[in-house]
Ligand binder design. Structure first.
Ligand SMILES: O=C[C@H](O)COP(=O)(O)O
Length: 330
């Protein structure tokens, strides 16, 4: 095994299987106590991009790790089975075979493919035998304003169609009006509808108003049994940011300390550069530790990040950058 493969580790190690977060009773004292000091959070985030500059083999290994944690996503009104099939081919073989061979990373794949409900069947067919799960966005994504029974039924339909992961959107109004019991009950119902499929709770943080709301919504969703908490749909005007991520990963850390369960984190929307991915990975490493740097506990929700990472890996192997159009996604 090459040095890079050893450092990348995740593609070559067995997945760690832990008990899913079952959730717990809503603890309003805990929720009310959650605070977020914006200026301290912004100061901490400002130090992140410059602090950890990983170079050469280490950088290639971290980028390969990032690939293994991507939910390769297409969420467009003009998605077709053909486009999804091409995206799935990319998910199976995320980097050119000669580059993977040079890096000693044969067998590297992305974490999942993320699509709308109607694209689950073509994605399941295209990924058969690969071990790559299909994630479906659900519950009236992206606004989450369709009738509640239909949102629950949508989850059930997507699980029946073969989605192993369901990315639900919460009702933002429940957060904005402080209806934490309502948010807890909604999330509980979504989790029950998922059955064995893992549930990612999209908070749509760009629409929650304050970092304190982000902290409280994160806790409530974890108490209600979220397997992952996720920042954004990619459709809000503000999507994943470092300050929001710091608040969410600290909520995850606190939940783990108090409940013993590890909940995953998924920043999503607008993450398209390899160097930004490295900053997110270092944030997770520093705040949560190495255990979270695996696809069962960390994902990037991204439609175009993979292309930039592939360019950087090509540069690492050949010393030359190729044009971004040579790394088409679908
Ligand atoms: O969950 C994934 C996001 O929708 C992807 O957003 P993006 O297209 O900005 O990478």
């Amino acid at each position: 095994m090459s040095t890079i493969a050893e450092r990348t580790a995740t593609a070559h190690l067995p997945q760690l299987h832990e008990a899913r977060n079952p959730g717990k009773a809503l603890d309003m004292d805990w929720v009310r106590a959650a605070r977020a000091n914006r200026s301290a959070i912004e100061r901490r985030c400002a130090t992140l991009p410059g602090r950890r500059s990983v170079k050469k083999e280490y950088q290639a290994a971290w980028l390969a790790r990032a690939i293994s944690c991507i939910d390769l996503t297409t969420l467009a009104g003009d998605d077709t089975p053909g486009r999804v099939a091409r995206l799935c081919a990319k998910a199976r073989q995320p980097v050119r075979p000669d580059l993977l061979e040079a890096l000693g990373l044969e067998g590297l794949t992305v974490g999942a493919v993320c699509v709308y409900h109607d694209m689950i069947a073509p994605a399941v067919a295209a990924l058969r035998g690969s071990g790559i799960p299909v994630a479906a966005v659900s519950t009236g994504f992206p606004a989450g304003l369709s009738p509640f029974p239909l949102r629950v039924a949508e989850i059930e339909e997507s699980v029946r169609a073969g989605a192993q992961e369901i990315d639900i959107v919460i009702s933002r109004r429940l957060v904005l009006t402080g209806d934490w019991q309502g948010l807890y009950d909604e999330m509980r119902s979504f989790r029950a509808a998922c059955g064995e499929a893992h549930i990612k709770a999209i908070l749509a943080t760009g629409e929650l108003g304050t970092l304190q709301n982000v902290a409280r919504a994160s806790l409530v969703c974890m108490m209600a049994g979220a397997d992952f908490i996720k920042t954004s749909t990619g459709k809000e005007s503000v999507n994943a940011t470092l300050p929001v991520s710091l608040v969410m990963v600290r909520a995850i850390r606190e939940y783990h300390q108090r409940s013993g369960y590890r909940v995953g984190y998924k920043p999503a929307g607008g993450i398209s550069k390899a160097k930004d991915a490295l900053v997110y990975l270092s944030l997770i490493k520093e705040e949560l530790g190495d255990r979270w740097l695996r696809p069962d506990l960390f994902r990037f929700g991204a439609s175009s990040l993979l292309g930039d990472i592939e360019r950087q890996l090509e540069h690492h192997v050949t010393g030359a950058y190729s044009a971004s159009w040579r790394h088409a996604m679908a």
